[in-house]
Design a protein around this ligand. Sequence first.
Ligand code: PAF
Length: 329
Amino acid sequence: MKMLIGRMLAFTLVAGSAFAAHAQTTDVKIAYALARDSHYGVAADAWEKSVGEATNGKFKFTHFPSSAQGGEREVIEGLQLGTGVQAAVVSSGTLANFVPETGVTDIPFLFRDLAHARAVLDGPIGQGILEKFPDSGLIAVSWGEQGFRHITNNRLPIEKPQDMAGLKIRTMENPVHITAFQTLGAAPTPMSWTEVISGLEGGTIDGQENPLSVIVSAKLWEVQKYLTLSGHVYSPAMLIVSPSFWNELSDDEKTAFKNGAAEALKAMRVYVDDAEVNGAKKAEESGMQVNTLSAEQKAEFQKSIQSAYENSYYKTYGKELIEQIQNTK
Ligand code: PAF
């Protein structure tokens, strides 16, 4: 009798939940440019765990880390067409070519600190940008995070804007970043991340810029001598999926993916917080020569870049929006 009641109870619980146990799982292929143990891998793991738990194991993620499915641009194009992976963690820097509104977050010296950036992305401006994605054939499930970008190179420690003169610096294929480095007098060389390590090894570029989360997880000390903690631009990331995958999900499944992406964002922020505190020490211990721009030195860079605001950023994104972001508490 006890067994019968137990079985009836178990049946009622399973039948009553949105997700019964699944004999068949749905494969979610997820691509990202960095290693499995990077902030991108950590986010993908957290996303998978949360979705798995919420859907009783219906969705199983197959990871393609370290650009195994090509550069970010190709991965995003595949998502649009529904021909590649179903999900990706990518930099907002690349996404600006697909959803121009994201580019506003790439403006140098826009955010005071991580708390400021997070308040903007979590608030109406950031959430409004996510809503633009379907117009470009993509679904942005959540923001992610990389941290503040810093300059690494093989020529010299960067201390003043004049040190940037002629520096062959790899930038993302992102008009906001390219304009910034042109304005500083550098020789920006936009290229896909997939070509950066060989470019630095072979000397076709002198340097690159990325947050500590990337510098550490990609062990950039193997190919770069100097690290300047410039914090010149905040770098968000995004968790995106293909509309052809998204449109097949039930409402409960969509909720599971959204909640899971929120967990992924939390995990990324924990990773970034740690990298911001310990990353420079790790880089130094691994052989890089590290210098930090003082507040006065940073102000010099800000001054040198002001003309890019006047000639480009205000025109593209609107002074009002930029000031609204700057004034967010
Ligand atoms: O520099 C880039 O292209 C990006 O920051 C990276 C490293 C691919 C992560 O999205």
